[in-house]
Design a protein around this ligand. Sequence first.
Ligand code: TXE
Length: 500
Amino acid sequence: MNEISKLSGPPQQPKRLGLFIDGKNEQRDELEFLPRSSPGYGMEVTHVALGTAADVDKAVAAARRVFDRGSWSRMPGAERARILVKAAALIREHAEELAYWETLEAGKPISQSRAEINDGAGHYEYCAGLAQTLHGQTFNTYGDDLFGLVIREPMGVVALINPWNFPFIVLSERLPYILASGNSVVIKPSEMTSYTTLAMASILQEAGLPDGVVNVVTGTGPVVGQALAEHRDVEAISFTGSTRTGEAVLRASTSNFKKTSLELGGKNPQIVFADADLEDAADGVAFGLCFNAGQCCVSGSRLIIEKSAQEEFVSLLSEKLKRVRIGDNFDSASQMGAIVSTQHRDKIESYLTLAQEEGGHVAYGGERLSITEGGRFLRPALLAGITNNMRVAQEEIFGPVLSVMTFEGQDQAVQIANDSPYGLAASIWTKNIDKALGMIRRVRGGRTWINTTIAGGPGQPLGGYRQSGVGREGGLTGVEEYTEVKSIHVGVGKRNHWIS
Ligand code: TXE
């Protein structure tokens, strides 16, 4: 973490990234490397080491050793907190460098990367508090001769498998929570976006985290991810990614009945009533669609608009979309960046064709934009003539594509919103508080908003209903998720003998 060059454009040479195991950066000769080309510029920016199942074994063994030694797992919470606070300060100190590489590998506009790095630091500060306040229960209600305590303990070795869409913030919404109670971790970032995870491991080491507590094994899902999910010496696993891969991880994790936390896909409704502030709602819906170029698990990808306001709202929304600044990722005025890979862009475009085959049409946008040489940019798209039974309304597209549908009455809005295999997020727009609260109670989603979208802080848990996942990350729940609960029963005084 000592190199900050001219952080204004892509690097001259791709950077070679090794594994991080037991506090050491491994660059051994026989490692193979996978090139990563930048979504915003097309050129290779990093070469990522392809870890093996043997590397996973080595990392898990290191994590286990330090856990058993107790240098982190039994460290007083206040000392753990100091290290987490120091890590947050170092994140802020290296923010520009982290944001630079996040933008290069993930294709985000630099302003968004900066905000994510800053928010990431906030999670470490928040978890420093939780490391000191995590507590249990006592039972003083059993009479004079029995007393009860419930304590929380770290679980042991946790595996963390992360996606490419928010490499640093998804890491920050999990890693400090896993660390706060004293666990050790082996992380597998997405093979497309490994830089900031490796940088974070170095930052934590510099902050004073004992070697072996955080290990990073980069590489592919079927090799490294699968080995972690199957590993019999890993107690818990956190996976964020597609529902299909989540299912594979869940199956593999039964090797030793790991505790699993899965954050998976979404097809999230934006329900807009005619009595909303329609200008605010149009801005919010545009933001929810275009943020991270729609490659966001909580992206608002289904607009469910009250019929009487449809015409006015779609016109307001189209006007907003025309003004979204899609641009060079290193232009600090850019609001929307590039699509993560050519393969993913093809997948998004295939849904535009599918919408037409299903009887809908593209009412706005969807075309490729030539912004930088080699960059993969798409204009956000509105799909009209859509009904909720179509595949474009049911499947996660994971791009800036909005399926527009109408409703009449609250019951129909709820029915359409909940008619989905997913249940990750939902937003309601109305100025009527009874309607807002009534609706939010009825929609099935783990992360919901009233008159805003994709906003929040570290205190509130994240996760989904149905096929959107299992368990919750973040907040106090996010720390508790990675603890074992132990009941302790204490006999007080002379025992009343069973055999006299
Ligand atoms: O995800 P994968 P992909 C959705 C989105 C996107 C689709 C595919 O719809 O279009 O998933 O993206 C690792 N065992 N989301 O293919 O495969 C993989 O290396 C263990 C939603 O990139 O789920 C990466 O580190 N791990 C989402 C991670 O899993 C395996 C975020 C996620 O990759 C593995 C990203 C295996 N067998 C995509 N195979 C969200 N919820 O935010 C792969 N991996």
